[in-house]
Design a protein around this ligand. Sequence first.
Ligand code: CTP
Ligand code: MG
Length: 244
Amino acid sequence: MNIALILAAGSGSRFDLELPKQLFKINGKTILEYSLDVVEELDAIGLTMLVINSAYKEAFLEIIQRYKKPIELCSGGSTRQKSVFNGLKSLEALIPSDEKTKVLIHDSARPFSRTVFFRVLEKSKTENVVVPVVKTKDTIYVINKHRVVDIPNRDTLFNVQTPQGFSFPLILECHRIAEKRQMTSFTDDGSLYTTIKRDQPEVVEGDQMNFKITDKKDMMLAEFCLTSENYDNENPKRLVKKDG
Ligand code: CTP
Ligand code: MG
């Protein structure tokens, strides 16, 4: 069985709005629903664990009513890592801890995730840890105290995306070990796995469109992509070309 663990417990401090960004609406639909819609149509996913910010529980309850597939709710924690761990522990209480059960951990702040969900699900049939990445387009400087201290070779630099696919008992064990060792600052689960197990995840190609909405400029870009004029509903990864 495949399970989606959707993270929606953040507060969006870099977004600077009264609402967390995943509850912000574009075209009458919250950012979160764009991810839930993708999961709803994926036959390979049977259950969703939605990790929420409890302060907005009513809003989340209203949203999940619109879906046919089962969605369980649990409360997040003060960091992304804690929210994932809470989600995994809540799953443990619900389902048997079978190696074959795969969990796809996804940031709800990435509304354009359909293509990557497909790719990660496909690779997860044969791999226990699957992480989507995209080659960085920019040159990256490492800067310390206003000085450029390193310029890594761009060909070796990749941006890490979600969803990331894991064997359920494996990623739960990794989170338990991280907590025991008081390693609390992982910002994604592929990094947590790589550090804890000293093992390589399988990387697959991500998608430039699968960007994470972090601040208002990202939201403006998402809004441009999602407004009916620019967005092809039959083929949501493609922007519709204007005449000419
Ligand atoms: N997230 C979460 N629990 C947290 C922090 C983040 O579930 N305690 C989720 C967010 O809801 C988001 C994803 O993890 O979907 C990626 O996090 P990020 O983009 O950093 O979102 P926020 O933490 O909400 O934003 P900020 O860091 O600006 O406060
Ligand atoms: Mg954050």
